[in-house]
Design a protein around this ligand. Structure first.
Ligand code: ADP
Ligand code: ZN
Ligand code: ZN
Length: 719
């Protein structure tokens, strides 16, 4: 009897595939990579295990071409985690498994690790090159201080000298610098604050078993220091820590901070900013590392001695993937913690209402840090500028300009927050009312002055700025509204002495953060202008003013999460002001100063507002009191998209506990020439909703006519 191997492949099909295993292959461990014939091509798949019998006739079974690795690429716990995701998100297991692998491992050729680091060998530590080999000497000295990356050496034309040192046995190329050679400046941990100590007293006994702990700590309360101490305890037990952080280029700073605190420990980072080869190497190094720091994709990293998972800024929207497998890394982290019997620590100054509700009802342990770590650092005063009574000029009011001027005069720094990049949200014709529509989307083309372009932020279309109105020929087109570029221009004109820097997705490259941090700390910048990117994790002691412009759109948005998001954002921005010995001040321009959100904000009362929002959600049967699944469809016409969803609704199993709403056009109805519609399914019981979708999903494949695309989004965050 031939042995049959079940294989998961990267296909949209919700099934696994059987292959005959040649005797020569021996036994294959689950999680191994195998190459198999698939249709007329070959694919790399994941071996799941032998099966006794196949529904495919023995004569039709095709044979495994080869087993790619003698050691399984995926460990049993990753297989189990992927199975959880397949069940919970109703997504094909094969596609999930292959997506957890770094790109290079999916090639049928074995991955050969690059060796990007030149390190000193033992012989090199005491070597004495000839006096005239000055360049070699210099390089040797540099290596004695720290390993050198190949790229830098190449850029400095040091390749020849490196080769000479390697030939002499004084240096060697490696893939990961050995910890002892990293030689970081070590940092002492400060004595814990009373709040940190109380949190540690609660958290340390929780190590070694599963539990979810929500650390709600005001900005500047020292959450990072708390994580570091917990990690310390985990490492002391010989275990690993996984630290998930939002998708933003703060990784290098945090990594540096962590490395200094744990000299001699092995670090790995995983984020989408890494080159493919680095990502593959770090992924391969993960099982042996002590701390893995990374963005949402790291939740699937192989970690054999996992002892703690930390999700920092757990409310951050970037933990949710918005395409293919629409998972929440925070929720998957909790699932992983549960499977592995490991505690999960969620941290935020503004927890998501989902997490906060679980903490209130006692399912998560709530740990609060109410004071800032640095005792003089007070929370800033928050003032409102009433736009109903005070006129704006180019987006700015007189009082706002006055405090900017005063702050500047005191030699302190400010930040001005406007959540719209570009020069102006649209270009406008005063004579016929044309407002730069995107030809492919229901949105407007955004005016980008610096690149002389109109750009669609939805489909990516870019065109030249027209010299006259395409509607009526009027040559006098005007920018409509404010974007960060225009604000920068206005501020430059009004405050000519100020050194201004703009921060948004158009100006920031991943590496630019470190330089920016240094420039702000070094006092080379007076004013930061930017989008929500500004709101995250920086700690600038001389920044005493945060000015917030135009956030009113969110106050009366149809999106029920808009106020939660805005509140979190404003709390975070406010948290940037006055973090050291100087008091901070926050000024918000709004036409709705009576909105309850501001009352809570002015008192820095996260929990009050969270409770008010939760009461509202409960009354309206909204998450977290109900669970939602969104079926999305895209088609060339809205009628086709809606018809698909109506068929889907008609196929819905009748269940008392689950509501199926009417199919509706999406809020952003057209993107890239496809009309988008959605169907909301909701239930107060997660189990009932899951059972419903399990029955329902297979039937969706059979709906005719098909649409261009459809997908299920479990626990959707955006509609
Ligand atoms: P959070 O992440 O909660 O906003 P951070 O971890 O960034 O806060 O800490 C805020 C500031 O307080 C940092 O400058 C940090 O170095 C400092 N800090 C944290 N813990 C302590 C402590 N125990 N003693 C003194 N300073 C501390
Ligand atoms: Zn016109
Ligand atoms: Zn578009």
């Amino acid at each position: 009897m031939p042995s049959i191997l079940q294989v998961a492949l990267d296909t949209p099909l919700h099934r696994l595939f059987d292959y005959r295993l040649p005797d020569s292959a021996g036994t294959v461990q689950p999680g191994s990579l195998v190459e198999v014939p698939f249709g007329r091509t070959r694919q790399v798949g994941i071996a799941l295990g032998p099966v006794a019998d196949s529904t495919v006739g023995a004569d039709k079974l095709r044979e495994v071409i080869r087993v790619l690795d003698d050691r399984p690429a995926l460990s049993p716990d990753i297989l189990r985690l992927a199975q959880f995701c397949a069940d919970y998100y109703h997504y094909p297991l094969g596609a999930i498994l292959l997506a957890t692998l770094p790109p290079r491992l999916k090639n049928a050729t074995p991955f050969v690790a690059d060796t990007p680091w030149l390190v000193l060998t033992e012989a090199g530590q005491v070597a004495e090159p000839a006096a005239r080999a000055r360049a070699q000497r210099a390089l040797l000295d540099a290596l004695r201080a720290a390993p050198q990356p190949r790229e830098t050496l190449r850029a400095q034309k040091q390749g020849r000298h490196a080769a000479a040192l390697v030939a002499a046995g004084w240096a060697a190329w490696t893939s990961v610098p050995p910890p002892s050679a990293v030689a970081p400046r070590t940092a002492e941990s400060p004595p814990a604050t009373a709040g940190q100590q109380a949190a540690l007293d609660a958290l340390l006994p929780a190590l070694g078993k599963f539990g979810v702990h929500l650390v709600h700590g005001v900005t500047g309360s020292g959450k990072t220091e708390l994580y570091l101490r917990l990690i310390d305890a985990v490492l002391a037990r010989g275990l690993q820590a996984l630290v998930l952080i939002p998708e933003i280029a703060l990784t290098p700073q945090l990594e540096q901070h962590f490395r200094r605190r744990f000299p001699g420990r092995r670090f790995a980072t995983l984020h989408s900013g890494l080159a493919e080869s680095a990502r593959t190497e770090n992924w391969l190094a993960a099982p042996d590392c002590d701390v893995l720091l990374g963005t949402r994709l790291s939740v699937f990293a192989p970690l054999s001695r996992l002892g703690l998972i930390v999700v920092d800024e757990e409310h951050d929207a970037s933990f949710k993937q918005q395409d293919s497998l629409r998972y929440s890394a925070r929720d998957v982290a909790i699932a992983r913690g549960k499977q592995r019997g490991v505690p999960v620590v969620l941290g935020s100054a503004t927890p998501s209402l989902e997490s906060y509700a679980q903490a209130i009802n006692g399912r998560y342990q709530l740990i609060e840090l109410k004071q800032r770590a640095i005792s003089q650092a007070r929370l800033p005063a928050i003032e409102l500028v009433d736009l109903k009574h005070i006129p704006v000029d180019n987006g700015l009011t007189r009082p706002a300009l006055q405090v900017l001027t005063d702050t500047l005069a005191r030699g302190e720094q400010s930040l001005v927050f406007l959540n719209r990049r570009g020069y102006a949200p649209a270009l406008y014709c005063p004579s016929c009312g044309w407002v730069s529509p995107c030809p492919h989307c229901s949105g407007r083309l955004v005016l980008h002055r610096t690149s002389h372009r109109l750009k669609c932020h939805h489909c990516g279309l870019e065109t030249r700025i027209p010299s006259e109105c395409p509607g009526c020929g009027n040559p006098d087109l005007k920018p409509l509204g404010q974007g960060t570029q225009r604000l920068e221009e206005t501020l430059t004109a009004l405050l000519p002495a100020a050194r201004i820097r703009r921060i948004d997705r158009d100006t920031m490259r991943p590496r630019a953060w470190a330089e920016l941090g240094a420039a702000v700390h070094g006092g080379e910048i007076d004013l930061l202008v930017g989008t929500q990117m500004l709101a995250k994790g920086h700690d600038f002691p001389n920044m005493t003013l945060a000015l917030i412009l135009d956030t009113d759109g969110a106050l009366y948005s149809p999106d029920f999460r808009a106020t939660e998001r805005l509140f979190a954002q404003l709390m975070q921005v406010a948290g940037r002001a006055g973090r050291a010995d100087k008091p901070g001040r926050v000024l918000i321009q709004t036409a709705f100063p009576d909105h309850p959100l501001f009352r809570y904000l002015q008192r820095h009362d996260y929990s009050g507002y969270a409770r008010a929002l939760l009461a509202e959600r409960k009354q309206l049967d909204l998450p977290p009191f109900t669970r939602q699944v969104l079926l999305r469809a895209e088609a060339p016409t809205m009628a086709a998209a809606l018809a698909f969803l109506q068929r889907a609704a008609a196929l819905a199993p009748a269940t008392a506990d689950v509501s199926v709403f009417a199919a509706t056009p999406a809020p952003m109805a057209r993107v890239a020439n496809l009309e988008r519609a959605q169907l909301l399914i909701q239930s107060a019981q997660r189990q009932a909703l899951q059972a419903f979708v399990r029955d329902w999903r297979p039937q969706l494949d059979g709906i005719r006519p098909r649409v261009a695309r459809w997908s299920l989004d479990v626990d959707p965050l955006v509609f």
